[in-house]
Write a protein that binds this ligand. Structure first.
Ligand code: MCN
Length: 792
């Protein structure tokens, strides 16, 4: 493992700088995809299947083509020159996944509501939307399957030719499970349903493709411009350097824009075919029906412990509803949870068995947390159930099983090594904010008045900082790509700095936090550091933004690129001031000779010398550097969250009274940004716990196709979050940082669920599955005497 370099000594890391990107965002000056237009742009609109499963008998586009302004209607077969179907890039290691072709426009059959069968292209945005109605498609409906457990039992099949709905099976385990359960005094079994949710970013997707003179430029509201460039080049048969992908301002993604979407391929293909730019902007209804969704697992959980609460074994069987097709990472998502199925606990034997299932629904893929919120929910909710069974306090059972702080780096049963941790510390800090004894006394008193309050905890860890090529690349999981991050820094004549990152933020504040890192390493103000991202035409290769990887991998790459510049600056200053390079140090924004603070140069002065080629003999002029960073390990943020709720027993309505989050993401670069990330993350999980659910009926019709019936929480439903931090540095990178972008989402659904169950116990409810809607809670209270297992 890499040793921690000297702690950053500058003045900007650790400061709550306001986000540099916000003025343009709040003043309406940001440039999103729909703000970009090119002369001669044509518009695209997609004809989508109203059936969940059907044979496409015929498509008659003649009436649409007669409409004024309609230039073309293309169907799946027209795109026969594509090099292949949409990509599945990553499968769980060591397994084979059934992967029938998924075409950008369906060929022959449709597999879910919204599956596109044709694209209409014309001069006018609204004209093509109207023309959709004139494309007459005849469908021959086929039997539909929406229940993943039923789907595993046999026909009907989503992909008839496979003769099964099973996509794959994959397991990860360590330790002797049988011995662990044999040793247990108590075994708790639960059926936990982690239902389907949508990414629901504020900005829907969109793409503008412009093919001209043998080169393709694509603007897309994507999280992964470099991946998109690669796959567009492959599918269209272009050389990769002839394709430039630009992610302009991206209004949120939450994982749902970590994808190669058919619409992106169709727009690029059509632009080449028609010789004009082609643009498509997704409607909200499309976003809720065809942008990939997340979660959707049925988890059968067994947790064993001794009478004193010592955990002995955990076995999880996951049935993952993957929807109708594999997309970029679909089958890998449930596996991500398996790597942290030990949570923050010493459990001698842990095993996760996953079966993936096709159903006639929109495909699932990464949504904030991707597999890890599901794992935390499993561990933390089941642990509370176990604590109750044993008559042990929920906090006490956690403490008895925590991996002690002095055991890091700590290898857990499944073989993963957690980099650093101090779980007792985050929990103790949490309890400084939450007076648990006071709460219990008040809870008891209020119950006497018919008021039901509950408290729930979640002590979690997660795995993030997706990189180590040695683990995820060809020598590890067999994935044919390296997972590092890149950075390039150019110091201008003026001493201002342009920093190019291979990350591609879409709300995370990299322009601020990454500027803080570079500023500290170079002794300048963050205001003069411009962070450039999301454009494959500038900067080096990149691996983009997802999996809370950007700071731990991309931020570290920038720190290292800046370190190279600082080294060169020291050599130039030494040359100019006739001192030894090792005697030059960075103090208060100047490179000075040690012991002679008056003798020194600013970065601007160094740049001036560098561009005048006034540099040491044999050194190149100029002041630029590039760095790639591929760490040895992932990073493992952790924390302790508490939620206090009040449940109305008459209506089943849950009100969150307090939500307190103490997170540890290593050294904090910007506490304000961290708080923002935690707020958003927690809101996301509260949404899942209490409100949001993608619902399909038994015919595969989407019931939640608008925000009227897909209930996103707003500020009105959410409490004012209380946040705090501890800082346990990671030894994996020189900054000592870990990720935080998903932490809130990973921790929170269990805290909310445990709080609701705690409130309902006096009414006889022992267990309940999300979403904890008023109706479900009311029903649970009514049927409390029948409790004892999960319910869908
Ligand atoms: N940070 C920090 N100090 C730390 C850790 C993080 O200052 N010790 C800062 C980082 O510098 C960065 C931000 O926090 O500005 C998030 O960093 P990181 O945890 O590395 O996560 P990423 O930047 O890779 O973002 C991805 C993550 C994911 S996976 C989802 S999903 C998500 C999220 O971030 N989607 C978001 N946050 C989002 N925030 C917004 N507004 N919109 C989304 O779509």
């Amino acid at each position: 493992m890499t040793a921690v370099a000297e702690a950053p000594s500058g003045r900007h890391i650790g400061r709550s700088l306001r986000r540099k990107e916000d003025p343009r965002l709040v003043c309406g000056r940001a440039r999103y995809i729909d703000d970009i237009s090119l002369p001669g742009t044509l518009w695209a609109a997609f004809v989508r299947s109203p059936e969940a499963h059907a044979r496409v008998v015929s498509i008659d586009s003649s009436a649409a083509l007669e409409r004024e302004g309609v230039r073309a209607v293309f169907v799946g077969e027209d795109l026969a020159d594509l090099a292949g179907p949409l990509p599945l890039a990553w499968v769980p290691p060591g397994t084979t996944v059934n992967n029938p072709p998924h075409w950008p426009l369906a060929r022959g059959t449709v597999k879910h509501v919204g599956d596109p069968v044709a694209v209409v292209i014309g001069d006018d945005r609204y004209g093509v939307a109207d023309a959709l109605e004139d494309v007459i498609v005849e469908y021959d409906p086929l039997p539909v399957v929406t229940d993943p457990e039923a789907a595993l039992k046999g026909a009907p099949f989503v992909h008839e030719e496979l003769g099964t709905n099973e996509t794959h099976r994959w397991s990860l385990g360590g330790g002797d499970l049988e011995a662990g359960f044999a040793e247990a005094d108590v075994i708790v079994e639960r059926r936990i349903v982690n239902h389907r949710t949508a990414g629901a970013p504020m900005e829907t997707r969109g793409v503008l493709a412009d093919y001209r003179a043998g080169a393709l430029t694509v603007w897309s509201s994507t999280q992964v411009p470099h991946f998109l460039r690669l796959f567009l080049a492959i599918l269209l048969g272009l050389s990769e350097e002839r394709v430039r992908v630009i992610a302009p301002e991206v209004g949120g993604g939450f994982g749902s824009k970590l994808q190669i979407y058919g619409e992106e391929v169709v727009a690029a293909w059509a632009s080449r075919r028609l010789g004009q730019p082609v643009k498509w902007i997704e409607t909200r209804s499309e976003n809720l029906s065809v942008t990939h969704q997340g979660r959707d697992q049925i988890d059968r959980v067994r947790m064993g412990a001794k009478r004193d609460g010592t955990l002995t074994a955990l076995h999880v069987e996951i049935t993952a509803d993957l929807g109708a097709y594999n997309m970029l990472l679909t089958p890998a998502i449930p596996s991500l949870g398996a790597f942290v199925m030990s949570g923050v606990y010493r459990i001698p034997a842990v095993r996760t068995d996953i079966v993936g299932v096709f159903t006639n629904k929109c495909p699932t893929d990464a949504i904030r947390g991707a597999g890890r919120p599901e794992a935390t929910h499993i561990i933390e909710v089941t642990l509370d159930q176990l604590a109750h069974e044993l008559g042990i306090d929920p906090l006490e059972i956690r403490r008895r099983n925590f991996i002690p702080a002095d055991q890091f780096p700590a290898q857990v049963a499944v073989g993963v090594t957690y980099d650093s941790g101090d779980y007792e510390k985050t929990l103790s800090r949490l309890l400084e904010h939450v007076d648990i004894d006071g709460f219990r006394a008040e809870q008891e008193r209020l119950r006497g008045e018919g008021v039901y309050r509950g408290i729930g905890f979640s002590t979690y860890t997660e795995i993030c900082g997706l990189a180590p090529t040695r683990v995820v690349g060809p020598q590890g999981f067999g994935n044919q790509a390296g997972f590092w991050e890149s950075a390039m820094i150019r110091v201008h004549n003026t001493g201002a700095v342009t920093a190019y990152t291979g990350c591609s933020p879409h709300g995370q504040g990299h322009e601020t936090t990454f500027a803080q890192i570079v500023a500290d390493r170079l002794g300048v103000d963050p205001q003069v550091v411009e962070v450039v991202h999301g454009d494959t035409g500038t900067g080096p290769e990149g691996r983009n933004t997802y999996g809370s990887r950007s700071l731990a991998v991309g931020g570290e790459a920038l720190a290292r690129a800046a370190g190279k510049i600082a080294d060169k600056a020291r050599a130039i200053v030494a040359h100019k001031l006739e001192a030894a390079p090792e005697d030059i140090e960075l103090v208060d924004g100047r490179f000075v000779v040690r012991g002679s603070p008056d003798r020194g140069m600013t970065l601007a002065e160094v740049a001036g010398a560098a561009y005048l080629n006034d540099v040491p003999e044999g050194m190149e002029p100029g002041l630029e550097s590039t760095a790639f960073w591929d760490p040895d390990n992932f990073v493992f943020p952790f924390g302790a969250h508490a939620c206090i709720v009040e449940v109305d027993p008459d209506t089943g309505r849950v009100r969150i009274l307090r939500y307190v989050a103490v997170d540890d993401c290593g050294r904090a670069i910007n506490p304000l940004v961290i708080d923002g990330q935690v707020h958003g993350g927690v809101a996301h999980a509260i949404g899942q716990a209490l409100y949001e659910q993608v619902v399909y009926d038994e015919r595969g019709q989407l019931v939640t196709g608008t925000f009227v019936n897909y209930a996103l929480p707003t500020a009105a439903e959410l409490p004012s979050f209380e946040t705090d931090r501890t800082e346990t540095p990671s030894p994996v990178n020189s900054l000592g940082v870990k990720g935080v972008g998903e932490a809130g989402t990973i921790a929170a659904s269990a805290a909310v669920t445990n709080a609701v169950i705690d409130a309902l116990r006096p009414l006889g409810v022992q267990f309940i599955n999300m979403p904890l809607t008023p109706q479900r809670i009311w029903e649970a209270i009514q049927g409390a005497d029948r409790q004892g297992g999960g319910q869908r």
